[in-house]
Design a protein around this ligand. Structure first.
Ligand code: GAR
Length: 187
């Protein structure tokens, strides 16, 4: 199969990045990761880019020029899909329009519930019984694009933010690869 070139955007730990790098080494997985972008020079996840010899760039989202820089790099590396894997900055409408290819995001809730930040505390405060994660296409509205797949678990009375995060991220590592397979293999 022809693998598509992808770029993964991160801001922190990079557990989804690591998982996608490992999955992408399988010849039947639909993407190769050609580029990693971080808005934080200290993001722990950058070590996976280094470890697996994937080119990476740090962007300064305060600079007005960063989106143009990104568009140039995305073109240079012939990127067909951007995976937002814990990227904690909002991507502008202009960037989405100019990139004009697929952008997908993973979010730690069952969208459309709990869009935005501080997801776990809001889930607990709302006394939800079920939670999970969602992979969706990115459009100009926050956490609002078409859902590609989600994964669910039951919340126990003993769960706190820490355990919710552990349970959610465990499922994310199944959901993100599955979403990419769905995007490209249409199943
Ligand atoms: C993931 O749990 C992802 O759902 C969340 O950031 C975490 C990144 O973890 N994303 C958002 O909250 C986006 N609004 P990772 O760096 O270990 O992959």
């Amino acid at each position: 199969m022809v693998k598509r070139n992808s770029c993964v955007f991160i801001s922190g730990k990079g557990s989804n990045l690591k998982n996608l790098i490992i999955k992408s080494r399988d010849s039947s997985f639909p993407i190769n990761i050609k580029l990693v972008i971080s808005n934080d020079p200290n993001a722990y996840g950058l070590r996976y880019a280094k470890q697996f010899s994937i080119p990476y760039y740090i962007i300064d989202t305060k600079s007005e020029k960063y989106e143009n820089f990104l568009l140039v790099k995305l073109k240079e590396y012939k990127i067909s899909i951007i995976c937002l894997a814990g990227f904690m900055k909002i991507i502008s409408k202009k960037f989405i329009k100019n990139f004009n290819k697929k952008i997908i995001n993973i979010h730690p809730s069952l969208l459309p519930k709990f869009k935005g930040l501080n997801t776990y505390s809001r889930i607990l405060k709302n006394r939800e019984k079920i939670s999970g994660c969602t992979v969706h296409y990115v459009n100009e509205k926050l956490d609002n694009g078409r859902i590609i797949c989600n994964k669910k678990f039951s919340i126990e009375d003993t769960d706190d933010q820490k355990t919710l995060k552990i349970k959610t991220q465990k499922l994310e590592h199944f959901a993100f690869p599955q979403a990419l397979i769905r995007v490209f293999n249409k199943n």
